[in-house]
Design a protein around this ligand. Sequence first.
Ligand SMILES: C[S@@+](CC[C@H](N)C(=O)[O-])C[C@H]1O[C@@H](n2cnc3c(N)ncnc32)[C@H](O)[C@@H]1O
Length: 371
Amino acid sequence: MPSFNPSGFWEAKPHTLAKIEIVRRYLYLWFSILGTNQKNKRLVYIDGFAGPGRYSNSEQSSPVAALQAAKAAIERPGAKLNDVEFSFLFVEKRKDFVENLRSVVSAGVWPANIKWDTETGSFEEKVGGVLEELRRQGQRLAPTFAFIDPFGATGLPFRVVAEILSYPGCEVLLNLDSDGISRLISAQEFEKNQKNLDSLFGDQSWQQLDPSMPMARLAAAVLSLYKQKLRALRDVRYVFPFAMNTRQGQINYHLVFASQHPLGLEKMKEAMKAVDKTGSYSFSDDSVGQEFLFDFDAPAEWSAKMQAALGGAWRPYAAYRDYALNETPFINPKAMLEYLKQAGKVQVSWRGEPAKRGFPEEKISSILILK
Ligand SMILES: C[S@@+](CC[C@H](N)C(=O)[O-])C[C@H]1O[C@@H](n2cnc3c(N)ncnc32)[C@H](O)[C@@H]1O
């Protein structure tokens, strides 16, 4: 938890400001792209753990950043987003924080097609309630980006996350305290935490984790299991964890992004890369329990992994794209394919004339990586 300040607000650490900047950058793209699709008359942002709207050392917060992103998208010259409704729901448990958030947001000047509302209560109760009401009325959730940013490991039921992700065009970015969750699993009196863990994972699958594992490995296993649970949801094919580090380079928590669409993860990685200058996050490979800094110039190691995972069979370009998105720091597989091509390990079946260079997706019928 961040340190408390006499002003009554928490101090934002660099990784907190980086997190908010990631939300802003991503949402600007998300609003711009989805808003230009004629089908989308309404786009929704849910901030499930909204906070007080500011920090002791910064006017920034995720609700304000989300509103600013929508405003910037709407006001971009030529944007044509005036007929889309941008709907914001900010849920916060603490009444004093909600009041402060309301006054911060009210002080801003927002385009007329931005509607916002605050709810005092828990994420589970309020967001769960909205979803239940939609279900009762046989309606769908409009395309929604849900930012789920609790402190620690409570109040984050998998059931609600899964339900948001069950609707087309809905995505989540959630703050997973894998260290905190590991501590709950390894605690002597874990029976006390059982209900919370069942809710967090949506079942008892966490019981398969070995509580005697060293903490770092257990945290990696927690992250891996959570990822698996998300990936098992229907149509949720893009899941990626970003480790957020403290200044000292220790992992603080993971931001886990889940989407039904490859463009979502592509744009999220771009947003992360743009904010990386602070050094406040890194790519997390939960299979080995180690963290890797995003390194877009070093395809060698990742190429070998892709070769091991996908080599030996002809596959469409999309298979390599999905692998690059989900399993590597890369936004597309091209650098890795190029690297393997230099080693004589890549064959391409072209649609028509072979491309002179590179791997233009539209010209590729399928690709074989030799083992
Ligand atoms: C990490 S802070 C949110 C920061 C905010 N997302 C930002 O970036 O500016 C978490 C907030 O969740 C609130 N909270 C704690 N439990 C909650 C729950 N079950 N439902 C909703 N809010 C909760 C806390 O009071 C706190 O303000």
